[in-house]
Ligand binder design. Structure first.
Ligand code: R5P
Length: 314
């Protein structure tokens, strides 16, 4: 079986291939001068992606990633179906349909935070993108999705997989925290699973987001005096959530504060800002970033096995 990737997720595709013991091939991707994208399955990869199930690893972030993912799925779908017809008449024009087995693994699902309609007329963007992707593959694997319910009931099996076991192992080895903090209610499940695996104390904060850059937390007594604390969230974007939580921890006597997440977006100088408040920042490489220290490969591999099983291909 094979893993393929385009331009935005080579690292994760390599980690997944290593975890599964499969071969990783890169698809050809480039841009026309007007910025539109071009994708092609290289001739020497065509047989490999027809032979057995294939996993495409691709991010739907930034926006260009959505288009590239759709184009790569389209090319893989046609090749697996045997639709090879081309104007230069190169190679056989049709081949037998090889059937189901095209899986899309998305390390970072862009638009995942737009998962509800707050006002009439809004697009539920996460759902709209998921439905588009599902129309061109046989199964989806999504890593640490912000709010999984938005993808329920899609037309293909979906595996919601998580890097929290590997994140916990990393924190235990590198930080050995006494206390794990969830910076908001949304991260409670994820962060508490990390605390449980490490075997340390846990609590959470209640967060109010005023705007993209302004966060407040409800005051809460945390038993962190003299302790080493790791704040665990699904993603860090501006870093505002972590910086405010770290302030609360320091003011209550925490001696060390670390921040850990699956998705390191780190927008607009976030890492420099974070390092004024925390002693370390730890992330997976779901998105290429400077704090990629936790492998996401094993989590994606678990999701791939779940989807293969749901498709009866394992
Ligand atoms: C939101 O609920 C997420 O789980 C994160 O807490 C949030 O996206 C982090 O954003 P920022 O780093 O900009 O505060």
């Amino acid at each position: 079986m094979v893993v393929v990737s385009g331009s935005n997720a080579h690292g994760m595709a390599g980690q997944l291939a290593d975890a599964l013991g499969w071969t990783h091939h890169r698809l050809e991707t480039r841009r026309f001068p007007d910025t539109e994208g071009y994708v092609r399955i290289p001739s020497d990869v065509i047989e490999a992606v027809r032979h057995e199930p294939v996993v495409l690893v691709s991010n739907t972030f930034p926006d260009s990633g959505i288009v590239e993912t759709m184009l790569m799925l389209d090319a893989l779908h046609d090749v697996r179906k045997g639709s090879m017809k081309n104007l230069r008449n190169i190679g056989p024009q049709t081949l037998p349909d090889v059937g189901k087995g095209l899986i899309l693994a998305v390390p970072y699902f862009g638009y995942s935070r737009q998962d509800k309609r707050f006002k009439p007329g809004e697009s539920v963007s996460a759902r709209a993108i998921a439905e588009m992707l599902a129309s061109r593959c046989d199964g989806l694997v999504v890593l640490d999705l912000h709010a999984p319910p938005v993808l329920s009931g899609l037309s293909v099996p979906v595996a919601f997989t998580s890097s929290m076991p590997e994140l916990a192992m990393h924190l235990k080895e590198q930080v050995n925290p006494d206390f794990i903090l969830s910076p908001d209610k949304g991260a409670i499940d994820r962060a508490s699973s990390v605390a449980e695996q490490i075997g340390c104390e846990f609590s959470y904060l209640e967060k109010t987001r005023i705007d993209a850059h302004t966060i407040t937390h409800k005051a809460k007594d945390l038993d962190v005096a003299g302790k080493s604390v790791a704040i665990v969230d699904d993603m860090i974007a501006t870093g505002g959530t972590i910086c405010r939580a770290a302030e609360a921890l320091r003011s209550q006597g925490a001696v060390q504060v670390h921040a850990a997440c699956c998705h390191g977006l780190f927008t607009g100088g976030a890492i420099a800002r974070l390092l004024r408040y925390v002693d370390g920042v730890h992330a997976t490489g779901s998105l290429p970033n400077a704090r990629d220290v936790i492998s996401g490969g094993p989590a994606l591999a678990r999701g791939v096995h779940d989807v293969l099983q749901a498709l009866g291909l394992d």
